[in-house]
Design a protein around this ligand. Structure first.
Ligand code: PMP
Length: 428
């Protein structure tokens, strides 16, 4: 098998050795590599001569112990099995003789990849047949404009519930294309709350109600969803940072969108799930790349899609299905969240999470230290213990541990053990 051969050829003399992965036999069998590139090629050391430097690279192989626990908010940790599977197929995807990066997006190989990715995602989220799944580019940020451009006209009023910085950015962008109203903002409470739905004053005639289902920076997550007040109004949700972290009743939404780079793949892929009756209302100035109907009519292949990213998302979806689907995924996420929040709550105020308990995110856990001057030391010492990217977002400070789907329970347990040890050394 290619992976075994390659790891036998491991060389630890190059900088790339730090990125190397050594799969175990269990990991390989969970995601069997079907075909391998000729092993001689995989073992070779390659020299790339540039004008002034020579880059020495080797086939990527190394010990899993070289990996860190990455608590980044995104791009974020990917499941190890998925990375190993991608590694095993890198040179030669399933006998095609090509890397997925080298394939035509219109060839039968890539078509099978994108179709399988869509069908696994449909299974995972139980997406009704009257919804389209689009694989787009431009990040969730592009959707901040694409949504009003596609589903309302310049004079239409639309409602935004602003529970954090991302909801606020979406709201401000929409103002260029329609008349958005912020019907609730958590800004004065430093974005630590979700409103009670009964008290919301929705605008009569609003075309859609927008929420950010999980605020990545502030760690505030909707646990339930409001219903739009008007007939024909739809609920629109930015699910970038909790996409596929738990089951969602898609039929409650007109449109769901998410950048891939937190839970389901690398950056560069944005997924839009849209109810088909919302097509055909695009504003006349909508650029072709932002027009949902054009992408839907062309099965996300109107132009060259982010092929490799879609392939990676497909591997993640396959892995989530193999884990037993989103009910199982949610159980694991709840367990991780409980371990971490219990540690914060049980620290006698040494660590504090500002978010109201009932809406604390299971994906992004922000917390502060009672002695803020220790925060930099906390981040530095954690990094030495191979727990990285724990610094809070520059706009809020403190610490933020993002514990997306791919973060193992062991990663959270290690963080909590470190937190207790750090407290014991610095408390008092
Ligand atoms: N919405 C949310 C909730 C996010 O977390 C992010 C990125 N961190 C965005 C939107 C913007 O996504 P992108 O960078 O892919 O445009």
């Amino acid at each position: 098998m290619a992976i075994t051969t390659a790891s036998a050829a491991a060389s630890s003399t190059t900088p790339l050795s730090q990125l190397k992965l050594k799969p175990t036999s269990t990991q390989i069998s969970a995601f069997p590599a079907t075909v391998s590139r000729p092993s001689a090629r995989a073992q070779k050391t390659i020299s790339i001569h540039c004008s002034s430097t020579t880059l020495q690279t080797a086939a990527p192989t190394a010990s899993a112990t070289d990996r860190v626990f990455n608590f980044a908010a995104g791009p974020a940790i990917l499941p190890e099995k998925v990375l190993l599977k991608a590694q095993s197929e890198l040179y030669n995807w399933r006998g095609s003789g090509m890397s997925v990066m080298e394939m035509s997006h219109r060839g039968k190989e890539f078509l099978s990849i994108i179709q399988k990715a869509e069908s696994d995602l449909r299974n995972l989220l139980n997406i009704p047949s009257n919804y389209h799944v689009l694989f787009l580019q431009g990040g969730a940020t592009t959707q901040f404009a694409a949504i009003p451009l596609n589903i309302c006209q310049p004079d239409d009023v639309v409602d935004y519930i602003v529970t954090g910085s991302w909801g606020d950015k979406a709201f401000k962008e929409a103002a260029k294309y329609c008349k958005p109203k912020s019907i609730w903002s958590g800004k004065s409470d430093k974005y630590t709350k979700i409103p009670s739905f009964e008290t919301l004053e929705q605008t009569p005639g609003a075309k859609y109600l927008h929420i950010c289902a999980n605020e990545t920076i502030h760690g505030v997550e909707f646990k339930d969803y409001p219903s739009p007040a008007n007939e024909n109004e739809v609920l629109v949700a930015d699910m970038s940072s909790n996409f596929c972290s738990k089951p969602v009743d898609v039929s409650k939404f007109g449109l769901i969108y998410a950048g891939a780079q937190k839970n389901v793949g690398p950056s560069g892929v944005t997924i839009v799930i849209i109810r088909s009756d919302l097509f055909g209302n695009a504003q006349s100035t909508t650029p072709v790349m932002l027009d949902y109907k054009i992408h839907a009519d062309n099965a996300s292949l109107y132009n060259t899609p982010p092929c490799y990213g879609i392939y990676m998302c497909g591997l993640v979806f396959e892995d989530l299905v193999a884990q037993g689907g989103l009910i199982e995924v949610e159980k694991k996420n709840a367990k991780k969240g409980k371990i971490l929040y219990d540690a914060i709550n049980g620290s006698n105020g040494f660590y504090k999470c500002p978010v109201v308990e009932s809406v604390r995110s299971l994906m992004n856990v922000p917390f502060t230290l009672a002695k803020p001057e220790l925060e930099a030391e906390f981040v530095k010492e954690a990094a030495k213990e191979k727990m990285v990217q724990l610094k809070g977002h520059r706009s809020v400070g403190g610490i933020r541990a993002s514990i997306y789907n791919a973060m193992p329970v062991a990663g959270v347990e290690k963080l909590v053990a470190f937190m207790k040890d750090f407290q014991a050394r610095h408390d008092g």
